[in-house]
Design a protein around this ligand. Structure first.
Ligand code: GMT
Length: 374
């Protein structure tokens, strides 16, 4: 198949999933065309069967806001025509599903639009009165819609369009990249031998509740020697740095900023902390599982579909910092429970979320939409 993919090329999980999907599709012999405003950060280097088409937004002085959406739609239509796309698969509804619809209207190439919903495109932007109707329209006009968890399907039906059929296709990891790595050579840079490493990675937005991450850590390190590593950047970062300083934890907390190579860093961790308020999937929890690292997190949205409570981690209601800290301490001090959770996570990541299995599901979906209209 000739497949176009549009996503945010930045460090977010939706961009990661879209890029890794494109790479696996290309390995299977499909021609994959990325149509994005920047090279997706996981795409670096040459990949057989992958093509990149940059979207340039016009910055003409009259525009207060460059019309990126129009440039994207126009580029999608050009690529569809030049490369005779069969499928245009857009990740994150805003504005991609609407741009894909426009591109289809402009084009005489009869490609099918597949939209994958990732989370805040529904749970935050879908509640914005200035966007709600157009997001609904984009979803309704797509030839097929998928969501990364059952929870997100329910939220989309509740908030936007009760009728549209939405298929659940979970996110995945490539186990060639995510596995328990030997990190003894770098571990001493981050912690003493007797210290446990707690880990958090996100885009530092309020929904991630990084204040809870720090409070959980504060409680844990009172009971067991520990360090906290935080990866990522975002609006909450300056406030969180201040908080760590105020709590007198600066020597035990390390802000690592944005990182491209996270598979090794995750392997450093003993526990992942994910106490989010909204989290349609929680890709980092899956990446951690694949590296044998259990999660302590909240029961928000799709997290319980990824982390099996009491099997691959412990979950508590959003904001229950004390409970999360207690569970973290138990897990860190009960060697047998820790080993069992770590092994369960490895098995679950391979059985339920392995790349090959998920890419099969996308291929079947593409095939189905192509056949439906012929
Ligand atoms: O909306 C965001 O916070 C970013 C977004 C993204 O583009 O990565 O994250 C969402 O999509 C990820 C990939 O499917 C999921 O793992 C995240 O759980 C989801 N974020 C939220 O629902 C908050």
């Amino acid at each position: 198949m000739r497949i176009g993919i549009t996503c945010y090329p930045t460090h977010g999980g939706s961009g990661v999933v879209a890029t890794e999907l494109g790479k696996l599709l290309a390995e299977r012999g499909h021609q994959v065309h990325f149509i994005t405003y920047d090279m997706p950060f996981r795409l670096g280097g040459f990949h057989h069967n992958i093509h990149y088409h940059a979207v340039e937004a016009n910055h003409y002085a009259l525009f207060r806001y460059p019309p990126y959406d129009l440039s994207l739609a126009s580029r999608m239509a050009q690529v569809a025509k030049q490369h005779q796309l069969d499928i245009l698969h857009v990740h994150y509804a805003v504005p991609h599903a609407i741009c894909a619809y426009l591109a289809k209207q402009m084009s005489d190439q009869n490609f099918k639009v597949v939209t994958t919903l990732h989370g805040t495109d529904i749970t935050i932007l879908g509640e914005d009165p200035s966007l709600k109707d157009i997001i609904t329209f984009g979803i309704q006009q797509s030839d097929a819609v998928t969501a990364v968890s059952g929870a997100l399907i329910q939220q989309t039906h509740d908030l936007l369009c009760a009728q549209k059929s939405i298929e659940r296709i979970y996110n995945f990891v490539d186990h060639r990249m995510y596995y328990p790595r030997d990190v003894t050579d770098i571990r001493s840079q981050y912690a003493r031998e007797d210290e446990h490493i707690l880990f958090h990675m996100s885009n530092f937005r309020p929904v991630k509740r990084i204040g809870d991450v720090i409070r959980i850590f504060e409680r844990v390190q009172q009971e067991v020697p520990a360090r906290l590593l935080l990866v990522g950047e975002g609006p909450e970062l300056p406030k969180m740095r201040e908080e760590v300083e105020k709590m007198g934890l600066s020597k035990k907390v390390c802000f690592l900023g944005k990182q491209d190579e996270v598979a090794r860093l995750i392997s450093l961790a003993d526990l992942l902390l994910l106490p989010s308020e909204k989290e349609s999937f929680g890709l980092v929890a899956l990446e951690a599982m694949a590296c044998g690292v259990p999660t302590i997190g909240s029961t928000a949205d799709g997290i319980p579909e990824v982390v099996k409570n009491g099997e691959t981690g412990w979950l508590a209601e959003v904001g229950e910092v004390e409970e999360m800290a207690t569970k973290a301490i138990t897990l860190l001090t009960d060697r047998d429970q820790y080993q069992a959770f770590s092994q369960n996570g490895l098995a679950r990541s391979r059985d339920t979320f392995c790349g090959d299995r998920i890419v099969d599901q996308y291929e079947v979906l593409y095939q189905r939409v192509l056949e439906e209209t012929q």
